[in-house]
Write a new protein. Structure first.
Lengths: 250, 788
């Protein structure tokens, strides 16, 4: 098991630097006319390298839609969505695939491991296709699963499966780690080990980590917290210092 | 319509392409079944009506010459109902515009009234019977069609040495010549062999047979024994040069028709069985998946009070809907193919009218059989569904358990990529489904091997029979056996390089209880033109004593070299001789027996006589040779090897190519259907896994490869298995097809295998691509959603 992070002091960047994501007036509307549903109604923010960001919101607040936009799974209806200065909205299908393959690590609420592959192979599946990955074993050790590498998903607990999913996401050394309710299906103790893994990756590799959750308690571990409601950011909070993941309880 | 039925219709609409794939495979089997059963019905009905209306005889005999008074003695044989006597003579024909000499069999028409038996059917024109009808004859339809002859055209024939020109009065058919082929020939050669009818008096006079006959047809009284009548007729006709009477079972035209019906009967069972089994398996996979997807709906229905029977019936209806479509397409396909084949039969079998008759009983049988197949396919899935307690069914199915595949456990793991391992493990996790998919693809491959092996077998025969065995340019046959010095006359024909004599004598060979009638051929001990070849293939030297028989005949008679057979001579004076079997020859034209010519003549006690000669003719002198042959008296036949060979090639090519097209279509449907269905089911079962891969950065092509990986592996396994199965089928079918008149060798070539593999591989690849298009519609965002 990795040792828990000690509370770290972090100052926000003083000088302007290039954001990983530059988002302005981002809107996503499904359907047309009277049947139109506005999932995002104009979101503005910049996300930077090494940040740990929590997007808080109730069901239907638009947080998943926002994550889909950041992950290149969906295109905005209006607004600007720049990744490292490049307009994601203009990416075609192969470029979006390339973007997801090289830049984004996804962690799903339901883990989404391939049941026919062992932990190591689930990670290797991704390292086989991307540019400068770390070794699958190394990624699994980072999430504390060095001794469970040859187990199939059906032989692992929920927390272990989620940590395999994190190892799979970070093995490609992504620029950004997008986590969709990573602890949603887990009990507190297991959830903490998963969050520790995400925090450690963020700290040691400098990966931008975005966690979406409805669990406000997770906000303490973040550098910045955005609260969404009805497709808008209704509150932005900057933590002067990140809280220890170990101290979280829900 | 109940709401459950409305659900059924909407579910069907959602699954339409998969349901269609299953229905099409089913339709292939049903089409084959409907086609073959209907063809059997068509052929049998048409044949029976024709035989009855035109009074086809039951016993037949040829003889040299008997006075008309013998006719009453024949009628007096116990068991004989009716007797018809007449004259049948083989003559050389000379057709304007045809430089090849052709052979005609001239049959007599009774002097007064209509024939009692074997009545002809007038297709066009009239019969040559009017008082002014001298120098008129009626021609058989097959020959007339091959030469474009119409009533009013003229044709020359050499009758007993005198060339005469006749006017065609009409075109006719006869129940005796439904299959109009030269004697002892398995295939028709309508260009060089025809059947004709002319008044008795004129024909008899030309051959000095007036007041006599050389051809007999009999019918039997109800309950009479055919064997007894034949034995009595043989005794009666022996002094008149009788050549042995025979029943319908040995009548060349009737037997050929019977063979065809027998083959159709075999096909009507074997093929539908294969296709319907595959369809049952496909129904099972589609329905199992459907039931798995609708687990919660089933639970809801049961929780709401629907009975197991109602739920079960709902899913059975689903598969019956597929059966309905299958039977519909099968009927359309069967009727269409049936019409095509009836057209092809016209080349071989001549009836006044051969119409395609749909066997309506088979439609009912087809519906029942395919319903049973679908029922068998769906029963397991439905049973599992209705057994599930509602509470349990409401919960999602437990995650699949996997383990390393056999190959990995054996230590080959390190060479495999992660996606290859996924394929291997998926195959192993569902061994029965994988095995059946593989088997279905193997069957698709195997049915392609069969028609190609026919084609290659025919090509082999053509080469063997007409390059290795028969190396002459032409064979001339005399009207009746003549002295050996006639050979010198043949040798003096223009352009003849080499002439070798032969003698044919009809015999009955007997070994134990088994007898066979055939022509015993007398040839030079080691001829260079018509040769006796063994299986190796080496030329055999005919020994001064003993007989060499074809391997097939040895099997039929159950004799081996060294054993003795009894040969009863059926020409002239009846004699029985015991001769040892000296060796076995390879002969694809059926049963055959050979002796050294002088040895045969010694046995026959009739001095040195020959029936004709095989000749090699210089190409440059060909026109002069043919012109001379046309004017040679006493010639009964002139067989030009290349013409026979070409005729054989064309007729077999037509039927084999139709067969090949049908089988290729069926194989494509099966391969396409199986792969499409498997890919769609995989796509449905693994949609979340595949969406995850897309989200994780796999391109659409890479995900497609993961989707079809296991199908590619199964196809690769199935192809060689299919070739083995196909070779096995080809050998089995050829064994059943092989009769004593037609023998096809089993020839399996690399080209045949390559073709079968290509068709299935291409159909599978296209089908996989077609199914993989659905990957574009996969919902990436769904992967992020939690399972409930």
């Amino acid at each position: 098991m990795p040792s828990g992070p000690t509370p770290t002091e972090r100052s926000l960047p003083a000088a302007p630097r290039e954001p990983v994501f530059h988002v302005r007036g981002l809107a996503r509307i499904y359907g047309e006319g009277t049947a139109a549903v506005t999932a995002l109604a104009g979101v503005d923010f910049d996300l930077f390298r090494s940040e740990l960001v929590v997007l808080l919101g109730a069901s239907g607040s638009g947080k998943s839609t926002l994550l889909n936009q950041l992950g290149g799974l969906d295109s905005p209806t209006h607004g600007t969505l720049l990744y490292r200065g490049a307009d994601l909205a203009r990416f075609d299908e192969p470029s979006l695939t390339r973007f997801r393959r090289d830049a984004v690590g996804f962690v799903f609420q339901a883990y989404n491991l391939i049941p026919s592959l062992t932990a190591r192979e689930n990670v290797a599946l991704i390292t086989e296709i991307c540019r400068a990955p770390m070794a699958p074993d190394e990624a699994l050790k980072l999430v504390g699963l060095g001794d469970r590498m040859d187990h199939f998903p059906a032989q692992l607990s929920g927390g272990e499966q989620q940590r395999v999913a994190i190892a799979r996401a970070i093995a490609k050394r992504p620029e950004v780690l997008l986590c969709d309710e990573p602890t949603g299906a887990l009990d507190v103790r297991t959830g903490i080990t998963v969050l520790e893994a995400i925090e450690r990756i963020n700290r040691e590799l400098g990966t931008l980590a975005v966690i979406i959750t409805h669990n406000a308690i997770l906000a303490d571990m973040a550098d910045r917290v955005f609260t969404l409601s009805d497709g808008r950011i209704v509150n932005e909070r900057t933590n002067a210092r990140r809280g220890s993941v170990r101290d979280l309880a829900w | 319509m109940s709401l459950l039925d409305r659900k059924l219709l909407r579910d069907l609409a959602a699954l339409k392409s998969q349901a269609l794939a299953v229905a099409l495979v089913m339709a292939c089997g049903l089409a084959m079944m409907i086609m073959t059963r209907s063809l059997i019905l068509s052929l049998e009905t048409t044949r029976d009506t024709y035989y009855e209306h035109h009074r086809f005889a039951q016993v037949f005999a040829r003889l040299k010459r008997a006075p008309n008074a013998v006719r009453d003695q024949l009628a007096a044989i116990p068991g004989v109902a009716t007797v018809e006597t007449g004259i049948a003579m083989q003559v050389t024909l000379d057709l304007p515009g045809l430089d090849l000499p052709a052979v005609g069999l001239l049959n007599s028409l009774p002097e007064r009234g209509e024939a009692v038996l074997n009545r002809v059917y007038l297709r066009s024109g009239r019969l040559p019977l009017s008082p002014s009808a001298q120098y008129e004859l009626a021609a058989g339809e097959a020959f007339a069609e091959a030469h474009g002859l119409k009533p009013g055209d003229t044709i020359s024939a050499v009758l007993n040495g005198t060339k005469q020109t006749f006017r065609l009065s009409g075109i006719v058919l006869s129940p005796e010549f439904v299959f109009e082929a030269p004697p002892n020939s398995a295939l028709p050669d309508n260009k060089t062999y025809g059947v004709f009818w002319m008044p008795y008096k004129e024909l008899a006079t030309a051959f000095q047979l007036y007041g006599a006959f050389n051809n007999v047809a009999l019918t039997l009284a109800p309950g009479a024994s055919e064997g007894d009548v034949i034995a009595d007729a043989d005794r009666l006709l022996a002094p008149y040069g009788g050549r042995g009477a025979y029943g319908r079972a040995n009548h060349p035209s009737h037997r050929r028709l019977d063979d065809e019906i027998r083959v159709l009967t075999g096909l009507s069972i074997a093929f539908p069985l294969v296709f319907l089994s595959v369809a049952a398996f496909m129904t099972n996979s589609v329905m199992s998946r459907q039931v798995a997807l609708q687990r919660e709906q089933i639970a809801m229905l049961k929780a709401c009070g629907f009975s197991n029977a109602q739920v079960g019936l709902h899913y059975f209806k689903f598969s019956f809907a597929i059966v309905l479509v299958g039977v519909g397409f099968g009927a359309i396909g069967g009727i269409f193919l049936g019409h095509q084949l009836v057209g092809l039969y016209h080349i071989f079998f001549r009836f006044p009218q051969l119409d395609f008759l749909l066997d309506s009983r088979v439609l009912v049988a087809a519906s029942v059989v395919s319903s049973l197949a679908a029922f068998a396919g769906v029963a397991g899935a439905v049973r599992r569904a209705v057994r599930l307690p509602p509470a349990e069914a409401m919960r999602p199915e437990a995650p699949a358990r996997y383990r390393p595949a056999l190959l990995e456990r054996l230590g080959a793991a390190r060479w495999f990529s992660a996606s290859f391992r996924m394929s291997l493990r998926n195959i192993e996790r569902r061994p029965i489904r994988s095995a059946l998919t593989c088997l279905a693809l193997a069957l698709a491959t195997s049915i392609l091997v069969v028609p190609s092996s026919f084609r290659d077998g025919v090509a082999y025969i053509i080469d063997f029979q007409w390059d290795v065995v028969q190396r002459q340019t032409v064979t001339l046959t005399l009207v009746e056996p003549g002295p050996t010095r006639g050979l010198a006359d043949f040798g003096h024909l223009p352009g003849v390089i080499l002439a070798e004599p032969f003698r044919y004598v009809p015999v009955e060979l007997r070994a134990g209880p088994v007898t066979r009638r055939l022509l015993l051929q007398g040839l030079p001990a080691r001829g260079t033109l018509s040769r006796v070849i063994d299986a190796h293939p080496r030329q055999l030297t005919l020994p001064p004593r003993g007989i060499i028989i074809s391997a097939k005949l040895a099997t039929v008679l159950q004799v081996r070299p060294g054993d003795e057979v009894v040969a009863k001579v059926l020409e002239g004076e009846e004699r029985e001789l015991r001769v040892p079997v000296a060796g076995l020859a390879e002969d694809f034209t059926g049963i055959a027996a050979y002796m050294e010519l002088p040895a045969l003549n010694r046995l026959l006690l009739e001095g040195d006589r020959i029936n004709g000669a095989h000749l090699t003719v210089a190409a440059g002198s060909w026109p002069e040779f043919l012109a001379a042959v046309k004017n040679t008296p006493r010639l009964a036949g002139c067989m030009i090897k290349n013409s026979v060979r070409e005729g054989f090639r064309q007729t077999t090519a037509a039927s084999v190519s139709l067969l090949q097209k049908i089988y290729m279509f069926f194989a494509t449907v099966v391969a396409f259907g199986i792969i499409y269905n498997s890919a769609r089911i995989s796509l449905s079962e693994r949609s979340r896994e595949l969406a995850t891969l897309r989200v994780l950065g796999f391109s659409r092509g890479e995900v497609g490869a993961v989707l079809v990986g296991e199908l590619v592996l199964l196809t690769l396994l199935a192809l060689p298995l299919g070739l083995v199965l196909g070779s096995f089928f080809a050998s089995g079918i050829i064994r059943t097809l092989n009769t004593e008149t037609v023998r096809l060798p089993l020839v399996l070539t690399a080209a045949n295998y390559a073709f079968a593999v290509s068709v299935v591989a291409i159909a599978s690849a296209l089908s996989a691509l077609f199914a993989a298009r659905k990957l574009a519609a996969i919902d990436l965002v769904s992967a992020l959603k939690a399972l409930d």
